[in-house]
Design a protein around this ligand. Structure first.
Ligand SMILES: [Fe+2]
Ligand SMILES: [Fe+2]
Length: 265
């Protein structure tokens, strides 16, 4: 089974690049399941119904998210009614949506997709992501040998620890949230593929997707300001994963960077 995992989609440039590139890429690379993190899909902050629908009709099968999922209130009822958009599982019980999906396609391929959020250097005081992931795998792990975990977190150490914590139980543990692709992709000793951050789908001539001038000024004067999504040099970043769908063990993990030639004007 071949899985495409894309990093945080930033604003309209990220969505347009996905719509232009991913449907044909999915066909040419024989991708069975395409996943992207949507937490920044609407204007760089949050996800609204329009951007979720645009991604889900643009070749993406499952959307994960992170701390910014709560920014647009219109997505709360959508989270309740649309299982293919996940929010991190370790928010307090009772918040909208859920953090795992038992995915299945028409060919009968299956995967359990899990989304958790780290606690180190993160703004929200969420529950323990380790115990949360463990209990989801205990409860739903029998759905499929293929288990995919988006660990949305800031700290390399916390993501690294999650990889080893789930080694042998997940097919892949990958990081999102920092928007900068890391070069540490590997398969851990018990068969779990791991990468600290899959990167971003958005303009890389920016500070993690945002107009660089405003961010630099913010660092210089510490005053609040409006951040706009940047436009230049849009790249889709992520990984392609090959998994043995009977054992769930990863066979290969490969980083990808797909430049988008369209213009965001
Ligand atoms: Fe993000
Ligand atoms: Fe985030």
């Amino acid at each position: 089974m071949r899985i495409l995992i894309l990093g945080d989609v930033v604003g309209r440039p990220g969505r347009r690049a996905i719509g232009d590139l991913i449907p044909s890429f999915v066909r040419s690379e024989s991708i069975d399941l395409a996943i992207a993190n949507a937490e920044n899909a609407a204007g760089g902050m949050g996800v609204d119904v329009k951007s979720a629908e645009e991604l889900l009709s643009g070749g993406i099968d499952v959307l994960t998210s992170g701390n910014h999922i709560w920014k647009k209130k219109e997505i709360y009822p959508y989270l309740e009614n649309h299982s293919h958009l996940l929010r991190p599982a370790n928010y307090p019980s009772g918040v909208p949506g859920r953090g795992w999906l038992e995915w299945q396609n028409e060919q009968g391929l299956r995967a359990l997709v899990v989304n958790v959020q780290g606690r180190v250097f993160m703004p929200s005081h969420v529950d323990d992501p380790f115990r949360c992931a463990d209990s989801i795998l205990r409860e739903h792990g029998s759905h499929s040998p293929v288990v995919i975990v988006d660990m949305h977190a800031e700290a390399t150490s916390e993501k690294n620890a999650m990889g080893w914590f789930l080694d042998g139980r997940a097919s892949v543990v990958y990081g999102t949230h920092t928007h900068v692709q890391t070069a540490d992709e590997r398969i851990l000793s018990k068969g779990t593929a791991y990468i600290t951050d899959v990167g971003m789908c958005g303009p890389v001539d920016s500070v993690i997707g945002i107009e660089k001038e405003a961010v630099i000024e913010g660092f210089l004067n510490q005053l609040p300001r409006k951040f706009e999504v940047a436009r230049d040099n849009v790249v889709l970043q992520g990984v392609i994963l090959d998994v043995d769908d009977t054992s769930g063990r990863a066979q290969a993990i490969r980083r990808i960077r797909l430049p988008w030639k369209g213009s965001e004007t």
